[in-house]
Design a binder for this molecule. Structure first.
Ligand SMILES: NC(=O)c1ccc[n+]([C@@H]2O[C@H](COP(=O)([O-])OP(=O)(O)OC[C@H]3O[C@@H](n4cnc5c(N)ncnc54)[C@H](O)[C@@H]3O)[C@@H](O)[C@H]2O)c1
Length: 325
């Protein structure tokens, strides 16, 4: 893989992917496509890509994948492309209930545009950031990839649609398509709408922490470096032409336990404000990762406490931006 397109590279996971690729691979060039979607502050996205901007092997295209046609993408990107890591999306379950159309545009039409570009340009490898949310109401935990999908949010449905678009392009045009179902990702750079970021910011500001439900919901928190490792191995995977693979941690943590772990890292008690459970939220997420282990040599190693500490250190280093974003 020499020339890689990474969509959503100014976001949390995409920027961590770029950082690891530049730190561990030589002779690669990365084209990042991102539109600084207003879902959260552009200041945070600028911070995410700050260190790459001066790298001559990093090329940034400011573009909306929902409205940029494959022909326009062809004009913007002249160099042959070896791999596309399609990470860009409107993320977040709750806001998708308020504004489902923008999720369709970015996540479904955007994925369609990228796949069509891949077909026209003969790109052979396409890695797609899907989500554990596609399992939805399925209560047969831990989830395996062949479980029934019962999504309960527009966001989750767009991710399922992306997987199926990939299946079509893989069958019709021989593009190897790997859909990675990511489970609640955390670590330096984590989005400000996600629990760990929100809680730590509130604790540092001395503000109440908003907890939806009674704290019994649980998530399979997965550290971003482990996720990035899975994505990079998927970018190099060359055995079969279509796979869907869980990228989780195979360990669930309740919201209550998470708050206690965060309090320990911050050495400060949280003031909890309990609100009703939110529509679209799942009770529990839990990944069976045996397929990822087998196909990608994936082996998540980060303990929650250590990962939270890394997030906390990143937050403190950048608090001038993050406290006001
Ligand atoms: N963070 C998680 O816990 C998690 C879990 C499951 C799946 N995912 C998926 O992983 C991917 C990355 O998530 P993240 O947490 O890094 O989110 P993020 O919002 O930090 O990153 C997404 C990036 O995509 C860009 N983007 C959005 N719409 C775009 C458009 N129309 N055109 C161009 N760029 C656009 C945004 O500006 C942003 O920089 C997403 O596809 C998300 O659905 C994330």
């Amino acid at each position: 893989m020499n020339h890689i397109i990474i969509t959503g590279g100014a976001g949390f996971i995409g920027s961590n992917l770029i950082k690891t690729l530049f730190n561990t691979r030589s002779g690669i060039r990365i084209t990042c496509i991102d539109n600084f979607d207003p879902f959260y502050s552009a200041d945070i996205k600028q911070l995410n890509i700050r260190d790459f901007k001066s790298n001559p092997d990093f090329h940034f295209i400011y573009s909306d994948i929902a409205t940029t046609t494959p022909i326009e993408l062809n004009e913007l990107i002249e160099e042959p492309v070896n791999v596309i890591a399609h990470i860009a999306a409107r993320a977040g379950v709750r806001p998708s209930i308020q504004d489902p159309l923008s999720y369709q545009q970015s996540n479904v039409i955007g994925t369609q545009n990228l796949l069509e570009f891949a077909r026209q340009r003969g790109v052979k490898q396409f890695v797609f950031a899907s989500s554990s949310s596609v399992y939805g109401l399925n209560d047969h935990l831990p989830w395996k990839e062949d479980e029934q999908l019962l999504p309960i949010s527009p966001y989750a449905m767009t991710k399922q649609a992306g997987e199926m678009l990939g299946h079509v392009y893989s069958r019709l045009f021989g593009i190897r398509f790997l859909a990675l179902r990511l489970f609640t990702v955390y670590g330096p750079g984590q989005r400000p709408d996600l629990a760990i970021h929100k809680f730590i910011k509130a604790i540092l500001k001395g503000e109440p922490v908003t907890m939806y439900g009674d704290g019994s919901t649980s998530r399979d928190y997965t550290y971003v470096d482990d996720v990035v490792h899975g994505i990079i191995n998927a970018m190099n995977y060359d055995s079969t032409s279509f796979e869907i693979i869980n990228i989780g941690n195979n360990h669930t943590v309740s919201l209550k336990e998470l708050v206690i772990a965060i309090e320990e890292v911050c050495s400060k008690k949280a003031m909890i404000e309990q609100l009703p459970e939110q529509q679209g939220d799942l009770q529990k997420t839990f990944a069976d990762i045996s397929k990822a282990k087998k196909l990608l040599g994936y082996n998540p190693g980060m303990q929650l406490k250590d990962g939270l500490k890394k997030f906390y250190d990143w937050f403190l280093q950048n608090q001038e931006i993050l406290m006001n974003a």
